[in-house]
Design a protein around this ligand. Structure first.
Ligand code: HEM
Length: 448
């Protein structure tokens, strides 16, 4: 158990101010709102009509929901409904037996050996992106990190570089449609409105693109060393009937969608934080230069850069791109001293948990030393407090993949460039299912 104490449910009525002010604040700036109310209790009932909704903000309560009682919770109906209309059944939103099968089929695709194979792709695309850069020019870092992420993941997942292709554009549009839908009223896919017609066209085009590739690969039996090949092998061995060609297609699109924005924005946030902290930057550049002076980039080289990993962990603590996760109770569940009714929505917000001053002293300070081996020995961070990739059985399957890609991107780019925010750039993170910088991130490339 963590040493911090939990502080009971504070019902909505106990939160200060009229209810309508809460609703308005939640709508205009959800992260700001949660940040403001979180210090008032570890278990807060939020003023949301119809569905009882709670924010939990303590590592012990997180452990209850994500680990000990994880079977009593499912992914929330609105996320399931919206995502399934777009991606079909998939690992991210399925529950029960289907989830178990999909997770066990996909897990080997992220093994240490597979990651070792993907590392060269990650290195190659970082070099390719930089080949198009000129010292002194300004780039939109969100777009650039989006490009490197799209090319890397489509190559590792499907064996194809889908950048600037119809299929790549369709995948990106898929993600946008998901965000638009999850932020508005859920409209069934059969209602003939323009966005539904567009969705139908994209689903048809992506099926027409992927299904023949899947079928050709199935017939040839050739292993391309990517996630798609692994799923096709699982399809051949499957006795349950769950792993159809369509399921393989859904899964590869969903895997791409689950990681794309989170990786691109986490990278952009990290470059920004480094640019604002000269002492961190100096220490990091010294480490990268020392290691890469005697060897090319590789997984062995990365293992010699512990400070790089600390910088990334601290950046994702302070600015978690997956700022809020949620669960829905499938039965009444007792968490700590309280029982929440069936269908309750539980929000777990890394954004607020990572700002608990009793766990992360001076929480607004960007301090990569929090994650150093020494500090971890003298002041260990309690389990279930650092939740960037969630915890328990539904923790992120792509964590090691994402960490490796981001460390490779950061080290190779910083070896050559300092990134300086454009003169009138104002950094402002906003929440739209994920956290993203408002209006992109213009950065000037200064050759080192
Ligand atoms: C910085 C990058 C990333 C972050 C911060 C991140 C974060 C997360 C979080 C917080 C969850 C749990 C969501 C929940 O409980 O509702 C999750 C799940 C998941 N992530 Fe990631 N993720 C990242 C990259 C990736 C990548 C690259 C992939 C694809 C390879 C990926 C695939 C998934 C999938 C499929 C799940 C659902 C797993 C399951 O339910 O069994 N993620 N991720």
């Amino acid at each position: 158990m963590a040493s911090t104490s939990t502080r009971g449910i504070i019902p909505t009525a106990a939160l200060p101010g009229p209810q309508k002010n809460h609703a308005k604040a939640m709508k205009t700036d959800l992260l700001g709102y949660l940040e403001q109310i979180a210090p008032q209790g570890d278990f807060l009932k939020l003023p949301i009509p119809l569905v009882p909704t709670y924010l939990i903000n303590h590592p012990d309560l997180v452990q209850e929901v994500m680990v000990r009682q994880s079977r009593r919770f499912h992914k929330p109906f609105n996320v399931k409904y919206t995502a399934n209309q777009i991606f079909g059944d998939n690992l991210f939103t399925s529950d029960g037996e289907l989830w178990k099968i999909l997770r066990s089929v996909l897990q080997p695709g992220f093994s240490t050996e597979r990651l070792q194979d993907y590392s060269q792709t990650m290195i190659d695309y970082t070099e390719q992106i930089m080949a198009g850069w000129q010292p002194g020019e300004s780039v939109d870092l969100c777009a650039a990190m989006g490009e490197v992420t799209l090319r890397t993941s489509t190559r590792c997942f499907f064996g194809l570089d889908l950048y600037s292709s119809q299929a790549g554009d369709n995948l990106l549009r898929f993600i946008e449609l998901f965000f638009q839908r999850i932020s508005g009223l859920p409209v069934p896919a059969w209602v003939p409105i323009p966005s539904n017609r567009e969705l139908k066209r994209i689903i048809r085009d992506l099926n027409q693109f992927f299904l023949p590739i899947i079928e050709a690969r199935r017939q040839s039996g050739e292993d391309h060393g990517d996630i798609m090949s692994m799923l096709i092998q699982a399809q051949a061995a499957d006795k349950t009937g769950y792993i159809t060609g369509q399921q393989v297609c859904n899964e590869v699109s969903n895997l791409f969608a689950a990681g794309y924005e989170l990786v691109a924005y986490s990278l952009a946030f990290t470059f920004y934080l480094i640019s604002q902290h000269p002492a961190v930057e100096a220490k990091l550049l010294a480490e990268i230069d020392r290691v890469l002076a005697t060897q090319p980039m590789s997984t062995e080289a990365l293992a010699q850069m512990p400070y790089l990993e600390q910088v990334l962990q601290e950046s994702m603590r302070l600015l978690p791109a997956a700022a809020i996760t949620s669960r829905q109770a499938i039965m009444p569940v007792t968490i700590g001293d309280y029982t929440v009714p069936k269908n309750s929505m539980i929000l777990i917000a890394p954004w607020t948990l990572h700002r608990r001053a009793d766990i992360f002293p001076e929480p607004e300070k960007f301090d990569p030393e929090r994650f150093s081996a020494d500090r971890q020995t003298s002041h260990p961070i309690p389990n279930f407090s650092h939740l960037t990739f969630a915890a328990g059985p539904r923790a992120c399957i792509g964590k090691a993949f994402a960490m490796m890609q981001m460390r490779i991107n950061l080290a190779l780019i910083l070896q050559r460039y300092r990134l300086i925010p454009a003169p009138d750039y104002e950094f402002q993170p906003v929440f739209q299912f994920n956290t993203r910088p408002r209006d992109g991130m213009p950065m000037v490339l200064q050759a080192r």
